[in-house]
Design a protein around this ligand. Sequence first.
Ligand code: GLN
Length: 451
Amino acid sequence: AHLDRIAEVDGRIGAFLHVDAEVALAQARAVDSRRAAGEELGPLAGVPIAHKDVFTTVDMPTTAGSKILEGWRPPYDATVTARLRAAGLVILGKTNLDEFAMGSSTENSAYGPTRNPWDLERVPGGSSGGSSAAVASYQAPLATGTDTGGSIRQPAAVTGIVGTKPTYGGSSRYGLIAFASSLDTPGPFGRTVLDAALLHEAFSGHDPMDSTSIDRPVPPVVEAARRADVAGLRIGVVKELGGEGYQPGVLARFNEAVELLESLGAKVAEVSCPHFAYALPAYYLIAPSECSSNLARFDAMRYGLRVGDDGTRSAEEVMALTRAQGFGPEVKRRIMLGTYALSSGYYDAYYGKAQQVRTLIIRDFEAAFEQVDVLVSPTTPTTAFPLGDRVDDPMAMYLADLATIPSNLAGTPAISVPCGLADEDDLPVGLQVMAPVLADDRVYRVGAAVE
Ligand code: GLN
């Protein structure tokens, strides 16, 4: 049914970069045989899934949305892919994304944009916009994404679905093509909070292959999504994430969601996180710095594209030609920004300073979580914007993640849950719920209460 739906609608939406019906049906039959042989399979066995094309998959290509990896077939599965395969999920295909997950609209993909199923002239968010569009348009019931600065929560919010950024280190980065390693976090998309929780649980947990993986039990997210009870819970509305720069219709739906939580017995208070105002500039030093280091591996020698290797050029010339053609403009901008910020003489002024700001943001969260159990805000300042609107204005594009970036810098978990449509444009609005490190269950508990 999902393959039929993809054939019917994806020509207009462009959520998938790769669909392989044969591979998908073979996986489905294999799950049937495992079940017939009496194997105990988890609750998602046989359920189809779409993977953001930044997780390696042995049976499908992996491009990270970049020309530099066009046609690359990974020799191994990412831990996320492998665990879901073992749990019996069936991979429908790989979804579109901003090149190397850098962007907020999926327009930075080298393979063309994805469209928002609510309005085909608008963006589905990014960078995991192929995954959000696939789930929102019923082409897949579940999808994976990665959230480095908001790339799961922001696309979930603007397509009216649920998306979670788990605690950093709670989900494995092994086999995830790296963007900014201290921030990159795999997470789930679903149409309901419980679906997202089931997927979260299925791929999370300690992985010895990822040196930053946390060796602790997975928080009880499924139980929390089923519980959906907020009586007595202390909820803090972040003073700095709202007001100026936020669309009135977004704020109206957000305020109603907060009132709903209060009517369900939560205790609501305003909480100030004064350094959140500096999260965006700190992120745009830290993320490009880490990207400039991570993307050095695309050197035309080891993987994918190789341009101009005709026996007349040096290795350096081949590398330069390959990188010039293989990387898109946003990726080049980030590599240049990061290389500059890390260069000797500037390191302390930029990268070092940004890391200090990061510490202040972590302390803001710690102080807030002494007063309340969770924090809430709108997920995004605006609803889905029109295609093309922000492509020539990186600063406007970066602002889409104003409210999501603090949780990445602090490593804390956060969810985006639909909370209605904005009056101005009838487009979905997301409520963001943020919790302390390893209290991922709380974001599901509150999210499920609002749903
Ligand atoms: N939009 C942000 C960026 O461009 C976040 C991307 C992400 O979370 N992968 O960096």
